[in-house]
Design a protein around this ligand. Structure first.
Ligand code: ZN
Ligand code: ZN
Length: 338
């Protein structure tokens, strides 16, 4: 089978590997679609203590083609979405219900072979049967699962207003999810006009193109600020500016992945005096079922977020899309092995 393998930092090879053997309690999936995300880029760059060689890809959907001994409820031929987080179930964090902080953390496409491959093996408990979705749509179960977890952390109040920085695939999922849980109006900020137009069609109440007058424009729109301020950019200067847009009692959710060594300046007095909350959210924690429910009911739309579907051989193009002509407008890139 063909697989994309990071052999050392910034070195990606397409290799012909033997298909993985299915073990007890496992299923083997013929990959239908795997989403490319920023984490893959970090792994490609050699961050996240990547143990190389590694087949990356953790946003995986495909058809079960082999079922190992002892697997219940899953059958060959079923379309499944995979939760990449493999938790030990026995450590201090797992016993507290914090699977994504498992002290023996493993994850498909991060510490074990992932989905940029024709086949992948996963524990049966990580595979969720999917109905009425394509593999391309089901590949969003993981990123949307992260968004669900973010909202469980955030607990936005019904009828409030929200501000989202970033109208990339994750920002657009976040915006739709905020609306789905009862936020009344979401304002989206991004530098790219086309992305803002898409945000509008997906339900944004208002969009603002970021520029030198951004803070005045947002203040004009909401003089008292936003109940929820969140970002899907990972840009420290964006995070630093977030408290100024929060209403009294507001909640700030840091969702994007900032550089590990970045720091920002935030006024503790401002947090104190205006009853602000700053909330972090890491990965996903058993939230694939909710994500699939949103996908299956159409409450969250993902088809418009898919800009490219590429073969494994073109993974490098997806990882370095910013440098490739024709990829500038890329939103979600899916690798489609066959
Ligand atoms: Zn991801
Ligand atoms: Zn554990």
């Amino acid at each position: 089978m063909r697989a994309a393998v990071i052999t050392r930092p910034r070195k990606l090879e397409i290799q012909d590997l033997p298909p993985p053997e299915v073990g007890a309690g496992q299923v083997r999936i013929r990959v239908g679609a795997t989403g490319v995300c920023g984490t893959d880029l970090h792994l490609f760059d050699g961050h996240f203590h990547a143990q190389l060689p590694l087949v990356p890809g953790h946003e995986i959907a495909g058809i079960i083609d082999q079922v190992g001994p002892g697997v219940r409820d899953l059958k060959e031929g079923q379309l499944v979405a995979l939760d990449p987080v493999i938790a030990c179930g026995q450590c201090w964090a797992c016993r507290r219900g914090q699977r994504q902080h498992c002290l023996n953390f493993q994850a498909l496409g991060v510490t074990r072979a992932g989905g940029f491959s024709q086949y992948v093996v996963a524990p049966a408990g990580n595979a969720y049967a999917v109905e009425n979705l394509t593999a391309a749509e089901a590949a969003f179960a993981e990123p949307l699962g992260c968004v669900v977890w973010g909202l469980l952390r955030l607990r936005p109040e019904p009828g409030g207003n929200a501000l989202v920085f970033g109208a990339g695939p994750i920002g657009l999922l976040l915006m739709q999810a905020l609306l789905a849980v009862g936020v009344a109006a979401v304002t989206v900020v991004d530098p790219v006009a086309e992305r803002l137009a898409l945000a509008k069609t997906l339900g944004a109440a208002r969009t603002v193109q970021s520029g030198p007058n951004l803070s005045e424009e947002l203040r004009d729109l909401e003089p008292h600020g936003f109940d929820v301020v969140t970002e899907a950019t990972g840009v420290p200067s964006v995070v630093e500016a977030m408290p100024q847009y929060a209403a009294v009692g507001g909640k700030i959710l840091i969702f994007g992945v900032a550089p590990e060594d970045a720091t920002v300046r935030i006024s503790p007095y401002d947090l104190f005096q205006r009853d602000l909350s700053v909330i972090g959210s890491f990965s996903l924690n058993g939230t694939v079922p909710q994500a699939l429910a949103w996908l299956e009911t159409g409450r969250v739309q993902v088809k418009p977020l898919i800009s490219h579907q590429l073969p494994i051989e073109q993974l490098r193009l997806a990882l370095e899309y910013k440098e490739h002509p024709g990829m500038e407008g890329a939103l979600k890139v899916l690798i489609v092995p066959e």
